[in-house]
Design a protein around this ligand. Structure first.
Ligand code: NAI
Ligand code: MG
Length: 356
């Protein structure tokens, strides 16, 4: 299995080093060979090659079976030409790999429930949601779009359009993901107002015929936003379009209270998936051994589960992370009363010890 790793900027190299060590230990434990190659992306790629996404990186990613990313960006590149900013590297590689689905689990480890700001009776019921967001269609890309002047006043407009094949493939992927979890899928739309949502709902229902073991429900997006904070335990997998998914995945992430804990996956068809923590390059703590490597380590688990169908290996990592938290180890971002403050390296080492 070939894995292309792009550590990127800021804390990227620190957290990725721990993620790769975990991967190596899993390889030894389960008898797999992971062939890891490194590639440049983001600010460091700009510094070394002049562009945020060198051709060599695109090639290395396309030749791999899965791709891992740390994070990109930082204040030193904020003033350069927007056309070659670090973020362009990330957008570029997502496009090159035609990644149309973004999977964002938001799970609260019970050991960290003090960090969650929801009422304790809600937290006690548990939070383990995964938002599956369509990534390449919808209002962010629909045509026509633009700004202009109409009857003497300024207007701006975008178009929300979804085509059958786009809805069908994201629905299929979400049903498959639900199958790997608690087998409940909630499709979120605005079918009471939007025509595009009525087509969305119709096609999701058609796809559901192939997944009789998954329980399908539908919810309007405004209600879903409320229900996520009122009682997140009612959700397992949520599937939705680009705009609604952008908002709901951030909402689901923030209710867990710890950005340093959350992994993500972006998947396409016939291309390697991209796995990355949801946080950025955290320039404020970069190079100080303070970063929480767990989001990256959990992204490795997602890669094993979704790209390589290695559920046992993925679960092994997740259990090692849970055990490490149970032992009271905390990086600064998740530090709580009674916790033991550790750095990035020490946290990674503890997970590895618990893996073995
Ligand atoms: P950020 O996620 O980098 O940091 C927000 C806050 O969370 C900071 O206080 C940071 O120290 C903390 N934090 C983030 N990850 C952490 C971790 N693993 N352990 C401990 N603490 C952690 O977001 P921010 O500050 O808005 O952006 C910083 C840079 O990262 C910018 O250049 C931005 O463009 C870039 N960025 C990159 C992303 C990516 O590569 N996917 C996503 C978001 C931002
Ligand atoms: Mg967002």
């Amino acid at each position: 299995m070939k894995i292309c790793v792009m550590p990127g900027d800021g804390i990227g190299p620190e957290i990725m080093a721990q993620g790769i060590k975990v991967l190596e230990v899993i390889g030894e434990k389960f008898g797999h060979t992971f062939d890891v190659t490194e590639a440049l992306i983001g600010g460091i790629a700009i510094d070394k090659t002049g562009v945020p996404l060198p051709d060599a990186t695109v090639k290395a990613c396309k030749e791999a079976d899965a791709v891992m990313l740390g994070a990109v960006g930082g204040p030193q590149w904020d003033t350069i030409d927007p056309a070659i900013r670090p973020e362009r590297g990330l957008l570029g590689i997502r496009k090159e790999l035609s990644l149309f689905a973004n999977l964002r689990p938001a799970a609260l480890f019970p050991q960290l429930k003090k960090a969650c700001f929801l009422r304790s009776d809600i937290v006690e019921k548990g939070i383990d949601v995964m938002v599956v967001r369509e990534l390449t269609g919808g209002i962010y890309f629909g045509e026509p779009r633009g700004t202009g002047v109409e009857n003497g006043e300024r207007i701006g407009f975008n178009t929300m359009v979804y085509r059958e094949h786009e809805i069908r493939r994201i629905a299929k992927l979400a049903f498959e993901a639900a199958r790997k979890r608690s087998k409940r899928l909630c499709s979120v739309d605005k079918a009471n107002v939007l025509d595009v949502s009525r087509v969305w709902r119709e096609i999701v229902i058609e796809v559901s015929a192939d997944y009789p073991d998954v329980e399908l429900s539908h919810m309007y997006v405004d209600n879903a936003a409320m229900q996520l904070v009122r009682d997140p335990s009612q959700f397992d997998v949520i599937v939705t379009g680009n705009l609604f998914g952008d908002i709901l995945s951030d909402e689901a992430a923030v209710i867990t209270g710890s950005i340093g804990m959350l992994p993500s996956a972006s998947l396409g068809e016939g291309n390697p998936g991209l796995f990355e923590p949801i946080h950025g390059s955290a320039p404020d703590i970069a190079g100080q051994d303070k970063a929480n490597p767990l989001a990256t380590i959990l992204s490795v688990a997602m890669m094993l589960r979704y790209s390589f169908d290695m559920a046992a290996e993925a679960t092994c990592i997740e259990e090692a992370v849970a055990k490490t938290l149970s032992q009271g180890l905390r990086t600064g971002d998740i530090m709580d009363e009674g916790g033991t403050l550790v750095g990035c390296v020490e946290m990674g080492q503890a997970v590895i010890k618990n893996l073995q």
